[in-house]
Design a protein around this ligand. Structure first.
Ligand SMILES: *Cc1c(COP(=O)(O)O)cnc(C)c1O
Length: 411
């Protein structure tokens, strides 16, 4: 087929035995029996543990590692990560509840995101977590709520930097943004913060997501540090926290290459003496979501039908876009590309073919693989979508077409 797109990013994190993928140390077929139904998401505990260990090995030991929960807020995953990282970052009252159920001390939890409601802010102030303020208006509301509660709110200023994170697929800083306070407005905000008597922790500067380019991250870390140093001169108190964001990417598509964390860590090590000299009391935080969990997760669905239409083979499955919007190419992709997908119970197979994997929804968008080369699958076989541990289930429109939600397990 001339228009076939059979390639995908290489996936090596899961062992294959007797041609069957092993997830959580057991054959996928056995795991499917254990879960008892398809489709399901499975997250491999050991892969998450290993990922944190690799980061610890490469990042300077002064860096505190936080988990940004919106990547995967499954309570079991968050509990597991809470035992491995130094803190949690939440983006809603729902995530805050899950975070507070872990042993993580409240002062190691922060809450970011535009449009926090008064109810969410009050709960967060009472919990004693750090509020990353996204605007001057939010600061005024926080001060008022703190007065009402009789509690001094702990706050940090989220800064919208005056630079952009290059090569990031989802830019969240630089230029006009709904996130954070424009860097040039921060000095005035800090003066007001002092008048309001809020408990000032420091700065949060998050520039973007899904970055695989070492040079871009290095430049961003350097500029972030310089910006924080400049802004610290206007702070009402010493800076105790500098959250330099994250944005470490994972390979999804043909041509993507894994991020060289050793090089990112080396650059951070080079910046440490300057950080310590200029911001001696600041705890330096990196917050990562995707990088910690994406590659540890798979989405598994079952072939219901093999259908041939005008020379093209479609595997119709019980899973689809309603469970995994990102794999269908409709979560921030400009041009649709295939996630890595295999037939999990016969990875190589005896025969190969080019197929499209579709779901049960009545829309052509419901496509999990578009003309990919896979082993020849039959009804009942298990289709596995890799790189599914982040922005999978909770970033999907589960209500669309009223099918049941998938199961979710940590193994
Ligand atoms: C989404 C988000 C993250 C996590 O981004 P990843 O790309 O998943 O690492 C971190 N910090 C903030 C403020 C976010 O909004």
């Amino acid at each position: 087929m001339s228009n076939a797109r059979p390639r995908h990013a290489p996936v090596t994190q899961f062992p294959v035995r007797a041609d069957c993928l092993q997830i959580g140390g057991m054959p996928l077929t056995r795991l499917a029996q254990r879960v008892g139904r398809t489709p399901f998401y499975a997250y491999d505990r050991q892969r998450i543990t290993n990922r944190v260990a690799v980061l610890r090995q490469h990042l300077p030991e002064e860096i505190h590692l936080h988990y940004a929960m919106k990547a995967n807020p499954m309570p079991a995953v968050v509990q597991h990560l809470a035992s491995l990282v130094d803190g949690l970052d939440v983006a809603s009252a729902g995530e805050m509840k899950i975070a507070l159920d872990t042993p993580t001390p409240p002062h190691q939890i922060s809450f970011a995101g535009p449009g926090k409601a008064d109810g969410e802010l009050s709960c967060a102030i009472a919990a004693g977590i750090t509020l990353n303020m996204e605007s001057g208006q939010e600061m005024e509301r926080i001060a008022k709520l703190g007065d009402q509660l009789g509690i001094r709110p702990k706050v940090a200023v989220r800064v919208n930097p005056d630079f952009e994170l290059k090569s990031s697929s989802m830019k969240m800083g630089g230029g006009p943004k709904q996130f954070g306070v424009d860097a040039e407005r921060v000095p005035a905000m800090l003066a007001r913060l002092g008048e309001l008597g809020l408990d000032f922790e420091g700065f949060h500067i998050f520039s973007g997501s899904q970055n695989l380019k070492v040079a871009a991250l290095q430049e961003s870390h350097e500029k972030t540090l310089q910006l924080a140093i400049a802004l610290a001169r206007h702070a009402p108190d010493t800076v105790r926290l500098l959250n330099i964001g994250g944005g470490f990417g994972v390979p999804y598509f043909p041509g993507d290459e894994a991020l060289d964390v050793a090089a990112v860590g080396e650059n951070l090590r080079r910046l440490m003496p300057e950080a310590k000299r200029q911001l001696p009391d600041a705890r330096l935080v990196i917050e990562l979501g995707r990088y910690l969990v994406a590659e540890a997760g798979v989405y598994v669905c079952r072939v219901l039908e093999r259908k041939e239409s005008r020379g093209q083979i479609f595997l119709v499955t019980d899973g689809g876009l309603h469970h995994h919007l990102a794999a269908s190419g409709n979560f921030g992709q400009v041009i649709r590309k295939n996630y890595p997908v295999v037939v999990g119970n016969q990875v190589q197979g005896a025969e190969r073919e080019i197929v499209s994997v579709v779901g049960p929804l009545c829309t052509p968008l419901d496509l999990l693989a578009d003309r990919m080369e896979m082993s020849k699958a039959e009804v009942g076989d298990l289709i596995v979508v890799f790189q599914s541990g982040a922005y999978g289930l909770t970033a999907s429109p589960t209500a669309f077409l009223s099918h049941p939600a998938p199961a979710e397990v940590l193994v």
